[in-house]
Design a protein around this ligand. Structure first.
Ligand code: DAT
Ligand code: MG
Length: 138
């Protein structure tokens, strides 16, 4: 049985604020293994596949525009229960209320925009992780 893997993105706000290294260091420091990584400017095609579950929601188009606004770091991390472990480290979606100690809680805030800028993405299930790793890494 192969080890669990997850797709992590440092979103354009994280890269623009110079937090890519800090964020990746926190994932590594927790003990997960970095197995692939790249610096990439996403395309609309990639984002439409990545965020297909959110089509039709009021924040969908702002989300795609935000994710196109600058480069991201895409990384694959591996480890026992890494999907759940990274979601816990990232914190909840809204940065205002994400727990202090989490990435979103420590570095994120609400900027009063149509989409929450919350620094990171992490796959939410084994199925999503497999899909997302193939979208970003082929
Ligand atoms: P998560 O990234 O925590 O898995 P999600 O998959 O539900 O959250 O949504 C994808 C992103 O869209 C999320 O990181 C931030 C943004 N978002 C989600 N819900 C939102 C809302 N109600 N208003 C504004 N932006 C939202
Ligand atoms: Mg999600």
């Amino acid at each position: 049985m192969s080890a669990e893997r997850t797709l992590i993105l440092v979103k354009p706000d994280g890269v623009a604020r110079g937090l890519s290294g800090t964020i990746l260091a926190r994932v590594e420091a927790k003990g997960y293994k970095l197995v692939d990584m790249k610096f990439v400017h996403a395309t609309r095609e990639i984002l439409e596949a990545h965020y297909a579950e959110h089509v039709g929601k009021p924040f969908y188009e702002p989300l795609v525009e935000f994710m196109l606004s600058g480069p991201v770091v895409a990384a694959v991390f591996e480890g026992e229960r890494v999907i759940e472990g990274f979601r816990s480290l990232a914190g909840t979606t809204e940065p205002t209320t994400a727990a202090p100690g989490t990435i979103r809680g420590d570095y994120g805030r609400d900027w009063g925009l149509k989409v929450q800028q919350n620094l990171v993405h992490g796959s939410d299930s084994v199925k999503s992780a497999e899909k997302e790793i193939s979208i970003w890494f082929g």
